[in-house]
Design a binder for this molecule. Structure first.
Ligand SMILES: Nc1ncnc2c1ncn2[C@@H]1O[C@H](COP(=O)(O)OP(=O)(O)OP(=O)(O)O)[C@@H](O)[C@H]1O
Length: 237
């Protein structure tokens, strides 16, 4: 499976944020999306998730035989940098509710505690209201329901920044485990995280997407060149 993005455009008033962003993202890989503050990473994700309507361009899924089909809501999982969870439910109730509203869609549904174990959520926290969860714990719950839904594409907007070092490590291991079944796009400002976790790095700069060659990542000086490129004009990497 591939996610093919073709000439995506988005402007807010006179500000052109996406100016024909094109890229083909493949299943089995984690893509690190890097760009400066305000480069348009969240806008790009919002367009793919159809929270925003793009002004031009298109995107679709393509199976291994090359057959194209439109992306549906069920194909997309989106973990926002600011987690949105129903605060009036406990962690267990939230999962129970999520399982009920997605009955028939979740491939092998299990009891909420099985998922909570999988996500290493402390048993003492499982009966707590989500409003009393920390930012990182809410993020973990948001990540969990998105993984449970088993979408073709997982959009992760700055997913690991709110996690402590132990949880961040767990989440990295989890993403590595599940990546074969998904196309994973992860936006981050943390270059070391991108280099450590991601198979490919894609830079969003001046409204277009540019790939960083995998073999170049072994080069220590490459990090500095990426940073330099983000300060400069496009197409200098
Ligand atoms: N709804 C909106 N209305 C007007 N301008 C917007 C809107 N959403 C985003 N923008 C502008 O579009 C640009 C890109 O914003 P976006 O949030 O996509 O960047 P980003 O790369 O995710 O930034 P950061 O790394 O700081 O989170 C910014 O200049 C922002 O102010």
């Amino acid at each position: 499976m591939k996610l093919v993005v073709d000439q995506l455009q988005k402007r807010f008033g006179t500000q052109e944020v996406l100016r024909g962003a094109s890229f083909t993202f493949e299943q089995g890989k984690i893509y690190g999306l890097i760009g400066r503050n305000g480069a348009g990473k969240t806008t790009f994700f919002n367009c793919l998730n159809e929270d925003l309507t793009a002004d031009g361009g298109s995107f679709h899924l393509e199976d291994d035989a090359g057959a194209a089909r439109p992306v549906t809501a069920d194909d997309m999982g989106y973990v926002l940098s600011t987690p949105v969870v129903p605060e009036f439910l406990t962690a267990r109730e939230f999962l129970q509710f999520f399982l009920e509203i997605n009955r028939g869609k979740i491939p092998y549904p299990k009891a909420p505690d099985v998922y909570l174990d999988y996500m290493c959520i402390d048993p003492a926290d499982r009966g707590k209201l989500l409003k009393d969860f920390s930012h990182g714990m809410k993020n973990k719950m948001q990540m969990l329901v998105n993984i449970m839904a088993d979408p073709a594409v997982l959009l992760l907007d700055e997913p690991l920044t709110s996690f402590d070092v132990v949880v961040a490590d767990e989440m990295k291991a989890l993403l590595r485990r599940i990546k074969t079944r998904h196309i994973i796009l992860l936006s981050t400002h943390i270059m070391d995280l991108a280099l450590d976790l991601c198979d490919d790095i894609v830079i969003l700069h001046h409204g277009v997407l540019q790939e960083v060659r995998r073999e170049d990542l072994a080069d220590e000086a490459y990090k500095d060149r990426i940073i330099a490129a983000l300060k400069e004009e496009p197409d200098v990497v």
